[in-house]
Design a protein around this ligand. Structure first.
Ligand SMILES: [Zn+2]
Ligand SMILES: [Zn+2]
Ligand SMILES: [Zn+2]
Length: 512
């Protein structure tokens, strides 16, 4: 058993410091020796006033500048009003001055009141004088125009932006919703709050999927055959329990998972070291991508070699898992006890870890959390630990992987210093490393693009009219909650369709 996070030794600092980049290169899309894996977009954002702002923010809390997330760029940007009502553009000193000078029409409504803070930000007062009306107008014309996601004005508090010419009023994350919880149920007054937490985790997931260039199309409006959609339900008294799971592109999540106390109680009962909303999403979307990217493709050979035969009975595997528990030697073969239940669950657990690692490393490096001054060393994984060690991607993946083990070992110690649970309560055995590398090869191959058919014309589906029947839950147990109790069954659904207003209301940004 390979235990890199527990086996410490000194002497390989030089090797590792050469192998991994210690400075962040925000726009590096080209692999270089200093960048083992192409960076995504990082999570380090700043307002025009210089203050750091965060993925969830829709407004700078220091200067009130509206903020919006551009999923294609992976950036949270400061905004200023665009030339038409309810349009927005990235904040620019010249364009702002131009708008102020030429509008006088109230379009620039004073919402932006930046101030100089000495942190390198550009204040409105310090903005350079208008170089010329033409110059300002040229900048304004060239800037992409956006509109706000409709869900900014709902408890989802979505801060994502949409190209102004997109016919939909929901962003790329919100348009994936098939069903949202009732927001006016007096018996569940906190549905809106819990839904907001759920949507925030989902946006984090979707942002990574987009930056990894994975297919992320809505089954509701963009790809009715192969798209993805989400259903958020909550159990009600006297009704069957809602199960979290995946069924041919539909991911159902029990809203109770957003309730910390309830989720923690289940985590403890299930003896899981880690249970989060984001973890649920990353696991469940792994089932979707297995269907979408692996099933029926040449990748099946590698899948069988590493994960096993997925045709073995899922129901029998589930029954065995609940009756006998995981095999004693599961830590040698699997990333979690649950992964030992069935090859599909092994795949989904590894997929979730791959997304944890990509987002985690990207976040760390973008915030300058390098390890160049760290005295902590862990036994590095080597080529022999990889699936297809001679693959051209092998060295880059190894550097990435070893950075992750060092980073998480350090962060675990930081967690312990605060008396909170470990940041990353897992150990990666060699077999899991091979599985992770297989997933990495799949993700960077873009192999699915070769089979992409001509785009289907978007079909607008009214969720209230298109509730699918309780189809067998192929990946998660045919009616069993994959993480919950065995006696849970599909709930009777009371969906509330996502609003699709004909008239785009004016969202009022709220600081979040
Ligand atoms: Zn600001
Ligand atoms: Zn949205
Ligand atoms: Zn699963």
């Amino acid at each position: 058993m390979h235990l890199p996070q527990r086996t410490l030794f000194a002497g390989c600092l030089h090797f590792l410091s050469q192998a991994y980049p210690l400075t962040y290169q925000p726009d590096s899309s080209v692999s270089t020796p200093a960048a083992p894996l192409p960076m995504l977009a990082g999570r380090n954002y700043h307002c025009q006033c210089g203050q750091p702002v965060f993925f969830r923010n829709s407004q700078c809390l220091a200067c009130n500048t509206p903020l919006g997330y551009v999923p294609e760029r992976g950036r949270l940007i400061p905004l200023m009003p665009g030339p038409q009502q309810n349009t927005w553009m990235e904040w620019r000193p010249q364009a702002q001055a131009d708008a102020q000078a030429s509008a006088g029409d109230g379009n620039f409504n004073g919402q932006v009141q930046p101030s100089s803070n000495g942190n390198g930000g550009i204040s409105a007062m310090a903005a350079p004088a208008i170089a010329g009306q033409d110059q300002g107008q040229a900048n304004a014309d060239a800037a992409p125009l956006y509109k706000r996601c409709y869900n900014l004005s709902t408890p989802a508090r979505c801060n994502w932006l949409i190209p102004v010419d997109d016919p939909l009023n929901l962003c790329r994350a919100c348009r994936l919703n098939h069903t949202i919880p009732s927001l006016n149920n007096p018996a569940q007054p906190d549905n809106g709050y819990l839904w907001g937490l759920t949507e925030l985790a989902k946006r984090r997931l979707v942002s990574s999927l987009i930056l990894l260039e994975l297919p992320v199309k809505s089954r509701m409006t963009e790809d009715p055959q192969r798209g993805l959609m989400f259903k958020f339900l909550r159990s009600s008294v006297g009704e069957p329990h809602v199960m979290t799971g995946h069924d041919t592109g539909l991911i159902t999540l029990n809203l109770d998972e957003a309730d910390d106390a309830k989720r923690e109680a289940i985590r403890k009962a299930m003896r899981e070291p880690y249970r989060t909303l984001l973890g649920h999403f990353r696991h469940e979307v792994g089932h979707y991508y297995w269907d979408r990217l692996v099933a029926g493709t040449p990748w099946m050979d590698g899948f069988h070699q590493l994960f096993g035969d997925e045709t073995i009975s899922y129901a029998d595997s589930l029954k065995r898992n609940y009756e006998q528990g995981p095999p004693q030697d599961w830590p040698i073969h699997f990333v979690s006890a649950y992964a030992s239940m069935h090859p599909w669950e092994d795949w989904a657990e590894c997929w979730a870890h791959y997304l944890h690692m990509r987002d985690g490393i990207d976040t760390a490096l973008s915030l300058g959390l390098g390890l160049d001054r760290s005295d902590l060393e862990v036994t590095p994984f080597t080529r022999e630990d990889l699936y297809q060690p001679d693959h051209p991607e092998a060295e880059r993946f190894l550097a990435f992987l070893n950075h992750w083990t060092r980073l998480t070992t350090m962060l675990n110690e930081m967690s312990r210093s605060m008396g909170v649970p470990d940041f990353y309560p897992f150990i990666l055995p060699r077999e899991v490393v091979s599985k992770l590398y297989f997933i990495h090869q799949l993700v960077v191959s873009h192999s699915w693009m070769e089979s992409v058919q001509d785009a289907q014309p978007p079909v607008q589906i009214n969720p209230q009219e298109s509730e699918p029947g309780p189809a067998a839950d192929k990946a998660d147990g045919g009616g069993q909650n994959e993480h919950g109790n065995q006696d849970e069954a599909q709930a009777e659904e009371h969906p509330q369709a996502q609003p699709q207003p004909q008239q785009m209301p004016t969202p009022s940004p709220q600081p979040v």
